[in-house]
Design a protein around this ligand. Structure first.
Ligand code: CP
Ligand code: NVA
Length: 307
């Protein structure tokens, strides 16, 4: 049987614009089938290994439920219950795991660790979040935007808060899919496009005041002040980020059609007020659910190509 060539999804721009658009179109079909209880066993007998070096609710449930719904099976590994936590070399872990499963999802710390794993893997590797990127989440976010508001091309996304893995991935997506990214971070936490591998950021504008970033935006989004792995900076960050809380004034200055997104988990009263995240412009529950639909399309694309 001819299989698609070995591909990984380690960063958003590992895929071309056409491929991302294919994944969105296929995710919409898969979502309809799921809602109608129609079987869609395109990955029967395939096995996904999931490696978690950090905590997760959405990523685990969405990949695990999604793979079962496609007819495949899943193995869940953590640092604590495998040799990964006892310093077996990453290269060796990749060689061994990838001889027994068809696909691997990893949530870890440095992107370089994920890259090292992928370089030694015989099967596709998916980034389930690193310190630098969270591409599956941005797939879900843009798919959710399209569902609610139509094409994102030419629109403006306002990012308020930390220039973290989510923000880096938004920048890659903006450059690839042609929308504008407004970023407002506290001083000292500005987005450095080079960290996202973007050396000429044509779609990025940074603002000192989060209100300015939100003015006219079609999507307003934020994330925790302190990401996993940075807990030692928690106190310092709580002080620095106090004014970077998405509130109803920021939503009011955005475009009237604007939606609010958050990858979750959220901290009401820190990066977003309860009024906004629980309010009428918030699409965070669709956004969370859509992780599963886009990742099913992604896994299918990597393993069996276009349907
Ligand atoms: N948004 C997201 O990745 O959530 P989890 O950390 O729960 O997987
Ligand atoms: N930026 C957050 C996202 C969690 C899903 C983190 O890395 O912890």
């Amino acid at each position: 049987k001819t299989l698609p060539p070995l591909r990984h999804f380690l960063q958003f721009n590992d895929f071309t614009r056409d491929e991302i658009e294919y994944v969105f179109a296929r995710a919409a079909i898969i979502k309809r089938k799921f809602k109608n209880y129609e079987p869609h066993f395109t990955l029967s007998d395939r096995t996904l290994a999931m490696v978690f070096e950090k905590a997760s609710t959405r990523t685990r449930v969405s990949f695990e439920a999604g793979m079962y719904q496609l007819g495949g099976s899943v193995i869940h590994l953590t640092t604590g219950d495998s040799q990964l936590g006892r310093s077996e070399p990453i290269e060796d872990s990749a060689r061994v795991i990838s001889r027994m499963v068809d696909l691997i999802m990893i949530r870890t710390y440095e992107q370089t660790k994920l890259e090292c794993f992928a370089a030694n893997s015989r099967v596709p590797v998916i980034n389930g979040l690193t310190n630098e990127f969270h591409p599956c989440q941005i797939l879900a976010d843009i798919f959710t935007y399209i569902e609610h508001c139509g094409s994102i091309q030419g629109k403006t996304v306002a990012w308020v808060g930390d220039s973290n893995n989510m923000c880096n991935t938004w920048l890659q997506a903006a450059e690839l899919l042609d929308f504008n990214l407004h970023v407002s971070t506290p001083p000292g936490y500005e987005l450095e496009p080079e960290r996202a591998g973007i050396f000429s950021a044509e779609r990025l504008e940074q603002f000192a005041d989060p209100m300015d970033a939100c003015r006219g935006a079609h999507l307003v989004t934020t994330d925790v002040w302190t990401s996993m792995g940075f807990e030692a900076e928690n106190e310092e960050r709580r002080a620095a980020f106090a004014d970077w809380c998405v509130d109803s004034d920021m939503m009011a200055i955005a475009d009237p059609s604007a939606v609010f997104m958050h990858c979750l988990p959220a901290h009401r009263g820190e990066e977003v007020t309860a009024e906004v995240i629980d309010g009428p412009q918030s699409v965070v529950w669709d956004e969370a659910e859509n992780r599963m639909h886009v990742q099913k399309a992604l896994m299918e694309f990597l393993l069996v190509g276009k349907q």
